[in-house]
Write a protein that binds this ligand. Structure first.
Ligand code: ZN
Length: 273
């Protein structure tokens, strides 16, 4: 039997409660005892980032990160340049919001050799890093499960993300560990240890059997087969002391009453994270 956790390290991604407006999310998270919020850019649309950040902090919540930047690889030079420009704008947005971190979903192009996509990712990140440093915002490379290697990310293991960080060796660059993407990796414990202090964020959800939709059927913690507490112990042993961020894309849960969903999340977090 697991011990119940307190909520001090509980953060929720706005996408988890996608039907809620940012205002509503902030209000409901605060009421549910949630301490941190990771803001997705779609939730920020139509808001002035500085005012949104103020509102979040006034509600007693901490802005943990902005999701998301990345998507660097592209077929043409012009499109790659545009991706870098867009990421610089995202850095400005994060700085205004008061988010210390941008989560990078690095990107991939169907049909482009993965090695080429990975080169373009390294170049893209390197081009954004000086601006990020100036703005005081860190970039976190989030490896995505290999099922997304065609179109969302050519960075698919923590080993790759660690190698990339080592190669670019920049104080504003680190990795994001998301249990949904990485739980299957036989090298995970070793790579978490290797990442050490460069782990900038920790995302939790669960892998359901069967998974009915590869994107929109993530489970609540405890509903699937991911040993979340074990992985959390590894990241904490590596020196990570930040939030556990609940990031769940679930069509079924977006259809339910979102305050009931928040109650479910709090309960699942206490028991299984
Ligand atoms: Zn994630």
């Amino acid at each position: 039997m697991n011990d119940r956790r307190d909520l001090e390290r509980l953060c929720i991604h706005t996408v988890t409660t996608k039907p809620l407006s940012l205002e509503k999310a902030v209000e409901s998270y605060g009421r549910a005892g949630v301490k941190g919020i990771t803001v997705w850019r779609d939730a920020l649309e139509g808001h002035e980032p500085r005012a949104a950040g103020r509102r979040i902090r006034d509600a007693g919540l901490e802005v943990v990160s902005l999701c998301r930047g990345g998507f660097f690889p592209a077929a043409s030079e012009a499109a790659r340049r545009e991706a870098v420009d867009e990421n610089r704008r995202i850095v400005d947005e994060a700085a205004a919001l008061g988010a210390p971190l941008i989560v990078l979903v690095c990107g991939a192009v169907p049909g482009m050799p993965l090695a080429e996509a990975r080169r373009q990712i390294a170049d893209g990140i390197a081009a954004v890093l000086p601006h990020a440093r100036e703005a005081g915002v860190a970039l976190g490379v989030e490896p995505l499960h290999p099922m997304y290697a065609d179109s969302r990310s050519a960075v698919n293991t923590l080993a790759q993300a660690n190698d990339l960080c080592r190669k670019l060796a920049h104080p504003s660059l680190g990795v994001v560990v998301d249990v949904y993407h990485l739980w299957w990796d036989p090298d995970l414990e070793r790579e978490i240890e290797r990442a050490g202090g460069s782990i900038l964020a920790f995302h939790v959800s669960d892998w359901k059997t069967p998974t009915e939709d590869l994107l929109l059927d993530r489970g609540l913690m405890g509903e699937g087969c991911i040993p979340i507490r074990g992985i959390r112990e590894w990241v904490e042993a590596a020196g990570f002391g930040g939030y556990n961020e609940v990031e769940i894309f679930s069509r079924r849960r977006w259809e339910m009453d979102q305050s009931e969903l928040l109650e479910e999340i709090v309960e699942a977090y206490q028991l299984h994270s």
